[in-house]
Design a protein. Structure first.
Length: 191
């Protein structure tokens, strides 16, 4: 078709919880698979529902799924898959779940300021060149956080620092605007 997401670029889909970010990403995967593309799903949240993905038209048996333990591992897998040149669409769900190993191994109250942002910045610097060469579309799903004490401007921000904002060619802000009902029963969200 016409339009869609650009190949060889980084795309960010962000929004509040239950707004349809993963659903949109799975639709992208389904469309790519229909045209014979190879797709991968890095499930950092460990929340991918194969039955739901199948309902959206995803061939789950033909989808490369990885459930990494730490952010570094997820981004290494992403780098390996992109460099292989064999993947057309790669989805990372989600940036917020790409927790650095140091944070996972540390104590609950430890301060790890900027670790996540540094990890993302380093990974994107390394990835963008190989993404362009391999013509792979890399979709990062991200969550929204609220900045505390913001008087003016938008208090909303996305996780993982500013690197993704800078490197993403397309940023899709997804919001839930209403419920889809079957008589009185809610059967979905309108975004």
């Amino acid at each position: 078709g016409i339009g869609g997401l650009p190949r060889g670029r980084v795309v960010e889909i962000y929004g509040p919880e239950s707004s349809g970010k993963t659903t949109l990403a799975l639709h992208v995967v389904a469309e790519a698979q229909k045209t014979g593309g190879t797709c991968a799903f890095v499930d950092a949240e460990h929340a991918l529902d194969p039955a739901y993905a199948r309902k959206l038209g995803v061939d789950v048996d033909d989808l490369l799924i990885s459930q990494p333990d730490a952010g570094e591992q997820a981004l290494e897998i992403t780098d390996t898959l992109v460099r292989s040149g064999a993947v057309d669409v790669l989805v990372i769900d989600s940036v917020a779940a790409l927790v650095p190993r140091a944070e996972l191994e540390g104590e609950m109250g430890d301060s790890h300021m900027g670790l996540h942002a540094r990890l993302m910045s380093q990974a994107l610097r390394k990835l963008t060149g190989s993404i362009a060469k391999s013509r792979c579309t890399v979709v990062f799903i991200n969550q929204i956080r609220h900045k505390i004490g913001v008087m003016f401007g938008n208090p909303e921000t996305t996780t993982g620092g500013n690197a993704l904002k800078f490197y993403a060619s397309v940023r899709l802000d997804i919001r839930r605007i209403g419920a889809i009902k079957d008589r009185d029963r809610v059967i979905g969200n309108q975004t």
